[in-house]
Design a protein around this ligand. Structure first.
Ligand SMILES: NC(=O)c1ccc[n+]([C@@H]2O[C@H](COP(=O)([O-])OP(=O)(O)OC[C@H]3O[C@@H](n4cnc5c(N)ncnc54)[C@H](O)[C@@H]3O)[C@@H](O)[C@H]2O)c1
Length: 451
């Protein structure tokens, strides 16, 4: 099938490559000329496991091409997927300017029937707004091509985006046309073999499903973080509590890991956007407000731990930081907890030595070269001359380190662990001062006396 994808970021590039890999002819359009040139050479601009191989395969087969030209992308395809960013504006609503600019190019170059499919995460009602904009645009120029606007929200997870796109849990399609139902069945045939994953609904429900899914997942994270903070204060161990509640099949183990707060390009902005949408519609959103506020507080947790232990004046102190990406298997640092940590340490006068297996270049792009930050090329190097170690991302390489080497390298053997990777009693036994999240016994040593 002839598909164009607008936006070659995490969503657009993965979907384009996965579509081309099953035989669709895909044109990927982006306004970023540098990125397009890189991609034409098969050079993927960010880290995502398995993506490079299928991009290279697509480019070599000729099924996957890249362009900055909107005319080429609109005229030569029947299915136009919009996958551009929708970052938050100051009032928390998503900025739809990139999306509307794609819509305007579609209006400009439309040359026959088109199915416009929005994959970006957008407020409820956007498909209707896009329909109105295309209709109005064509009327102004006296043109009348048939078109459909559908919502096909994306649920892939960075770090396993290729696997998720190839094997989605469900494929949500918001459409009001029977013709497009059949077309979606053909577009997604290769990903719909094992059971029918396509779920058709009206566009507004599809748009709402995306926000509701992310809000639910963010709620689970903020919930467990709140419970972790209580557990810590009353002398309980959240890791035992987590397993205790996860065993309940109504709760389950997924998304109840305590940590340093959720980050990334989706949960923070989508929770805020849904809150904004609710308020604009005159609805209460007290749970969403609490989820967001809890997360913001949680992101300061690691710095608070460091300050509680080393003092608020960190001049002359160096903190080793393991992990910068907002989660493992990605180089993405958008709204990452590590950024809260770094910025808090700097504001207290401290210095950092940072290491991440994939996010070093991204970090340099954000913060550049600074006197109070040393970029190093291994986790061991990060420890040299540092006063304590803070873990922000649970990359596999951090799970089983040489603890004796850590003890030797740090001026004091202190680990602040934002991901609960280690066993507090073992670390206590080998003489490492260890602070996890919600591990009451490791913090207080004993449970508080009960009256
Ligand atoms: N990243 C994720 O894990 C994820 C998951 C599900 C949904 N989403 C949603 O998908 C959308 C895209 O997210 P992303 O992470 O891929 O964004 P991204 O920032 O990685 O990529 C967006 C791309 O769009 C390009 N672009 C901007 N304006 C354009 C235009 N007018 N024409 C063509 N290209 C244009 C940018 O240059 C960039 O390459 C967002 O709405 C996001 O919320 C993201």
């Amino acid at each position: 099938m002839r598909i164009s994808i607008f936006g070659s970021g995490y969503v657009g590039l993965v979907q384009a490559a996965v579509f081309a890999d099953v035989g669709h002819r895909v044109i990927c359009m982006d306004i970023d000329a540098h990125r397009v040139e890189q991609l034409k050479r098969g050079d993927v601009p960010f880290f995502e496991p398995g993506l490079s191989e299928i991009v290279i395969r697509g480019v070599q087969s000729g099924l996957l091409t890249f362009t900055t030209d909107t005319k080429t992308a609109v005229e030569n395809s029947d299915f136009l997927f919009i996958c551009v960013g929708t970052p938050p504006l100051g009032d928390d609503s998503p900025n739809l300017k990139h999306l509307m600019s794609v819509v305007d190019s579609i209006v400009e170059h439309i040359n026959g029937r088109k199915v416009v499919i929005n994959k970006s995460t957008v407020p409820v009602g956007t498909a209707d707004a896009v329909t109105a904009r295309i209709t109005k645009g064509m009327l102004q120029d006296g043109r009348n091509h048939s078109f459909e606007v559908c919502s096909n929200p994306e649920f892939l997870k960075e770090g396993s985006a290729v696997a998720d796109a190839r094997n989605p849990d469900r494929i949500i399609v918001g459409t009001r046309s029977n013709d497009t139902v059949e077309e979606f069945r053909r577009i997604y045939a290769a990903f719909n073999r094992n059971r029918d994953k396509l779920m058709f609904m009206d566009p507004r429900s599809a748009e709402m499903t995306k926000y509701a899914a992310n809000a639910m997942l963010a709620t689970k994270i903020s919930f467990i973080n709140e419970i972790a903070n209580i557990a810590e204060t009353v002398g309980a161990d959240i890791e035992l509590v987590r397993q205790g509640i996860g065993a309940d099949s109504r709760i389950g183990y997924q998304f109840i890991y305590p940590g340093a707060g959720y980050g990334g390009s989706c949960f923070p902005k989508d929770v805020r956007a849904l809150k904004h949408l609710a308020h604009a519609a005159g609805c209460e959103a007290s749970i969403l407000t609490a989820v967001h506020d809890t997360n913001q507080r949680q992101k300061n947790k690691l710095a608070e731990r460091v300050i509680a232990r080393l003092g608020a004046n960190l001049k002359g102190k160096t903190i080793a930081v393991w992990g910068l990406a907002f989660k493992p298997n990605t180089s993405d640092m958008r709204e990452a907890p590590s950024r809260f940590l770094l910025e808090n340490i700097w504001s207290c006068g401290g210095e950092v030595r940072v290491f991440d297996p994939e996010a070093m270049q991204v970090c340099k792009g954000i913060y550049g070269e600074r006197d109070d930050m040393t970029y190093v090329s291994s986790k061991d190097e990060a420890l040299e001359g540092a006063d304590c170690l803070v873990i922000c991302t649970e990359w596999k390489t951090f799970w089983s380190p040489d603890f004796e080497a850590i003890k030797k390298a740090l001026s004091e053997p202190i680990i602040v662990d934002g991901r609960n990777l280690y066993d507090p009693s073992y670390l206590a036994k080998i003489g490492i001062e260890y602070y996890g999240i919600g591990r009451g016994l490791s913090v207080t040593g004993t449970a508080p006396a009960l009256n």
